[in-house]
Design a protein around this ligand. Structure first.
Ligand code: GAR
Length: 198
């Protein structure tokens, strides 16, 4: 069974769904660590409630990304982590972690990439008047939301949708699709390409 670390900067609802999906079931992974770059991330509290070890390391205490990631790498080695799952981690992964975890880091993004990469993808889709958006799970490379796509699912944007209603629809899909995709990836060690309309 693969040992997974989840990286989260915010609420951590995806982290929670990934942990809960393993409860009472035989899964291809076990979440052994929650890492955050934000001291007030609610994900840290969720980790306590879920009984998952959690760590916050501030990037502000390091001269550069290399030094920061050297300490994160030390933590990952201590927990014998095999695979990294980014779940609302709002920081680019640098060469040190990318080299050590080559092909073993994935991310979830609230749009149909390559549309609306970067910050506030939901706001970008509404601003653009898009009729369809969605969720993408992809491998992480050095770019911003640019790595090879593993799974996508579409969400219709209705004229009546607000930011909150669209975010709810997207997160509902995320909470099912992320644990499911992670399990399939780590169990079979193979890539799933899936596109379906809601
Ligand atoms: C998720 O919707 C995720 O897709 C998004 O942040 C949210 C985190 O929610 N990620 C990005 O925008 C990455 N560019 P959570 O903290 O409740 O899991």
């Amino acid at each position: 069974m693969k040992r997974v670390a989840v990286f989260a900067s915010g609420s951590g609802s995806n982290f929670e769904s990934i942990v809960n999906a393993t409860k009472g079931k035989e899964k291809g992974y076990e979440v052994v660590l929650l890492f955050s770059d934000q001291p007030t991330a609610y994900a840290l509290e969720r980790a306590d409630q879920l009984g998952v070890s959690s760590y916050f390391i501030s990037p502000k205490n390091y001269p550069d990304k290399m030094a920061y990631e050297a300490d994160i790498l030390g933590l990952l080695m201590r927990y014998r982590v095999d695979f990294i799952v980014l779940a609302g981690y709002m920081r680019l992964i640098g060469p040190m972690l990318l080299k050590r975890f080559d092909g073993d880091i994935i991310n979830i993004h609230p749009s149909l990439l390559p549309e609306f990469p970067g910050l506030d993808a939901i706001g970008q889709a509404l601003e653009a008047g898009a009729k369809i958006t969605g969720v993408t799970i992809h491998y992480v490379d050095e770019g911003m939301d640019t790595g090879p796509i593993i799974a996508q699912e579409k969400v219709e944007i209705k004229p009546s949708d607000t930011y909150d209603s669209l975010q709810k629809k997207i997160q509902k899909i995320e909470h099912r699709l992320y644990p499911q995709t992670l399990d399939q990836l780590l169990r079979k060690g193979e890539t799933i390409a899936k596109t379906s309309v809601n």
